[in-house]
Ligand binder design. Structure first.
Ligand code: ZN
Length: 167
């Protein structure tokens, strides 16, 4: 992907600034760059993206200075990061990678268990031998989990193909 001067500048800010490993984990420069690309694609039509761009530029100023990053500067940056992320999620409908796979896991398990419990109940009503509870429950939980994750994965893939990934 061709990078604009603005993106190149952001990348260079992070390549020049020495951050501790702990800072890198909270600053997430890679994710910021990806979100900045999103701002660029939306800023013409979205005034809020233009505001986020200004805020981003402001919070990056301390990163360009040749001194240690203050807690205030880091705090302002993380605030901006969170606001930008929220905006891209709610206004532009972007999603986290693997969002739906994670989201569908629990409902899948619940449905799997519910399916097993009703099946067992019906079976025990009509048959003399009772189905064992635990083993079937374990298996159905696992199958429900797998189906939930699989369906979520398919949906995630659609978002990736539609270029709707947050970072
Ligand atoms: Zn926007």
């Amino acid at each position: 992907m061709e990078s604009s001067d603005w993106i190149k500048e952001i990348v260079s800010v992070f390549s020049l600034k020495t951050l501790t490993p702990v800072q890198i984990r909270s600053v997430r420069p890679d994710r910021l760059v990806k979100m900045a690309r999103r701002i660029e694609s939306f800023e013409r039509s979205c005034p809020q993206c233009r505001d986020h761009k200004k805020e981003l530029n402001q919070t990056l100023v301390p990163f360009k200075e040749n001194s240690e990053l203050t807690d205030e500067a880091l705090h302002a940056y993380l605030n901006m990061f969170r606001n930008l992320l929220d905006h891209l999620k709610t206004e532009h409908k972007l999603v986290y990678p693997g969002h739906y796979a994670a989201l569908y896991t629990l409902p899948g398990m619940v449905l799997g268990a519910a399916f097993w419990l009703s099946l067992r109940w019906i079976y025990n009503e009509i048959s003399v031998i009772n189905l064992p509870l635990k083993m079937g429950l374990l298996v159905s939980l696992f199958i429900g989990l797998a189906i939930g994750r699989y369906l979520g994965h398919i949906k995630d893939k659609k978002y990736i193909q539609a270029d709707k990934k947050l970072y």
